[in-house]
Every structure is written in C-alpha cells, then in structure tokens.
Write a protein that binds this ligand. Sequence first.
Ligand SMILES: [Zn+2]
Length: 237
Amino acid sequence: MTQPQAHHEPHGNGLGARLNWLRAAVLGANDGVVSTAGLVVGVAGATDARGTLLTAGLAGLLAGSMSMAAGEYVSVSTQRDSEKAALATEKRELQETPEAELAELTGLLEGKGLSREVAREAAVQLTERDALRAHAEVELGIDPDDLTNPWHAAGASFLAFTVGALLPLLAIVLPPSSVRLVVTVVSVLAALALTGWWSARLGAASPGPAVLRNMGGGAVAMAVTYVAGELLGAAGV
Ligand SMILES: [Zn+2]
C-alpha cells in the first residue's frame, strides 16, 4: 500500500502539521461566526426580545460547537483506527515476510531518487534500527508515536467554533435594539474579512478573493435568514 502524496505530508510536530491545526481552527471559528450570525439575525428579523435572541444564539452556539466536536471526534477516531490497522498489518508483514518488506522499502527509497545500491543500504540500516517506524514513515506517511488524539481534535473544534459564535451572539445581545442589527452585520463582516484573509495566508493563497468570498458567504447567510425571520415575524408565527 503506497501513498505517494503522503510522502510530502509532514509529521506530527512539523510546521505543516501546526499549520493544518491552525487552518482548522480558523475555519472552525469562521463556521461559528457564519452559522450563529445567520441564526441570530434571522431571529432578530422576527422579534425584538433580547431574551429570545440570547436563548436562540446560545442554543445555536452549543449545538454548533458540539456538532463540530462530535464530527471531528468521529472522523479522527476513524482515521486513527485505520492508521493503527495499517501499522498492525505492517508489523505482521515484517514478521512474516521480512525479505519482501526489505525489497519494498528499497523500492520506495529508490522512488525518492536514491540509486539502487544506496537505497538498498539505507533500507538495510533503517530496518536494523527500527523497521516498523521506517515502513510507517516511508510507506504510510505516519509517525507511529504521534497519531492524532480524537479528544484533542474534538476539543479544538469545540473551542474554535465557540470563539467564532460568541462574536455575533454578543453583538446581537449587548447593543440597544435600534442598532443591534447594524452592529452585528458590521462586526460579522469584519470578522469574516479577518478569517478569510488569515486562512488564505495559511494556505499560501492570495487573500483578496478569499476575503470577498468569505464576506459574501456571510452576507448571503444573514440576508436569507433575516428575510425569513421578517416574513415569519410579520405573519405572526
Ligand atoms: Zn512495508
């Protein structure tokens, strides 16, 4: 089982892994901003009652952050399970067919640009030192000592979403009712400009289009839910 693209994936403590975490955190916060903003702006279209806005916003914050955490927990657990299964298979193959595994490792190292002789020598040395680690890293692209912890991933998602969701929640609840919509829309669009810019920078993409797309998405979400809330409010539902 070879995964050529995995060879470019940095290992757990590398810069790339930290960037991935940071990008996930920015996207999680962005999600919290947009979904909670859509929710509270929609409710504000229907009612002026601060208690209702607070209840709706808080429920949205908790529902969203727990949904994100649960989804992340499930997805990282599954990934971890398949990584553990792959490591177990590798361990068994190393015990049962060591020669074939040595040839495989030699081939993989040759594929990285080493000559046949050097690849063979490197494979022999890596196998003597820690055969399972060598196969995990070169063949599977994983660090056997640093599999992602699903609880950490879930906690990080929960936190990121919550931080994002707090902004529209506070912006709709704290100001007087005459300006709460303006305050919310402006602060949400400013936050989305920031997260759009930041995630583009982390992905080494050009920030301009990312900022516009991100603000546009949030603006559409708020406009749609506001109109829906207005219509429901006017209908006396
Ligand atoms: Zn192998």
